[in-house]
Design a protein around this ligand. Structure first.
Ligand code: SF4
Ligand code: SF4
Length: 287
């Protein structure tokens, strides 16, 4: 079984369009949507939720008013400005450090597990899908990404799927690290702009650090062919295969607007063919 994460370093490179194309193209896979802060694969795959669960991403201070003697010690020690003048604790500001509970003379404060989001195990027309949603303002998305990934891997192993295709979060922070740790490969979707190259370089170094084999897919390559050549040269120097180049295609956007992947929308179009070839190349390289 092979795990492949699609990442881009930042939003706007067409990563979601590419990922939705891959997951509607490859039949034998489990889908893991690891963009838990802003998941959007469900808009295309219309998952039917079969199971779901709570995600607890840490602890928060909770006060028992009956035990509180208004001494104010908790407010004095809180470095996160989470305790107001009436000594009420704001759960959105609380970092869960536990200092207030430690100093409270009457043991009025308890550190409680904090419900931060939910995970979902769903069926789609294109196979099983694991996805999640972190509540607004919550942190620990890296931990939730790990939950999603573990579930997807377990399903693939148990049911004999040869691939787990992971839609990675944007950026290069902690959730991305969780989305690429231990995967076989990352497919970096980039675009021919200065920031595109810069983001690709950063993502590449993260992927390498975590031992994931990198592949590059250049989206909208014809918008700046000189820059595309730069990306190709850089990849050659770095010994990173460029598995495909996709020309700008207005139909990619049209497909998304209609809630479809380009594979569903225009299966015989040039973009669908280019993505098919790129995916075939990734599979050959990983075999
Ligand atoms: S430290 Fe405890 S007793 Fe004092 S104000 Fe805070 S909660 Fe109330
Ligand atoms: S747990 Fe830490 S951050 Fe939260 S209210 Fe107490 S002292 Fe402040």
């Amino acid at each position: 079984m092979r795990q492949i994460t699609v990442i881009s370093g930042k939003g706007g490179t067409g990563k979601t369009s590419i990922t939705s194309a891959l997951v509607t193209l490859e039949k034998r896979k489990v889908i893991a949507d690891c963009d838990v802060d802003a998941p959007d694969l469900h808009l295309i795959l219309h998952p039917e939720v079969k199971d779901s669960g709570d995600f607890y991403g840490g602890v928060r201070a909770a006060k028992d008013d009956d035990k509180c003697i208004d001494c104010g010690l908790c407010r004095q020690v809180c470095r996160f400005d989470a305790v107001d003048e009436q000594f009420n604790i704001d759960p959105f500001k609380c970092d869960g450090c536990g200092f207030c509970a430690y100093v409270c003379p009457t043991k009025a404060i308890e550190m409680k597990e904090n419900l931060s989001g939910h995970w979902y195990l769903s069926e789609t027309e294109y196979g099983p899908m694991v996805h999640a949603k972190l509540d607004i303002g919550e942190e620990n998305s890296g931990k939730l990404v790990t939950v999603v990934r573990n579930m997807a891997r377990n399903i693939a192993e148990k049911e004999g799927y040869p691939y787990v295709i992971i839609d990675g979060p944007p950026g290069i922070g902690c959730p991305v690290t969780s989305a690429i740790t231990g995967v076989d490969a990352v497919l970096i979707v980039t675009e021919p702009t200065m920031s595109g190259i810069h983001d690709m370089e950063r993502v590449l170094s993260v992927a390498r650090h975590f031992g994931a084999r990198p592949f590059v897919l250049i989206n909208k390559y014809d918008l700046n062919e000189e820059m595309t050549e730069k990306i190709e040269n850089y990849c050659k120097e770095q010994d990173v295969p460029v598995v495909g180049k996709i020309a700008f295609d207005r139909e990619m956007t049209d497909a998304m607007v209609q809630g479809k992947s380009i594979i569903q929308y225009k299966p015989e179009g040039k973009t669908a063919k280019a993505i098919r070839n790129a995916w075939d190349r990734v599979k050959v390289e990983l075999s």
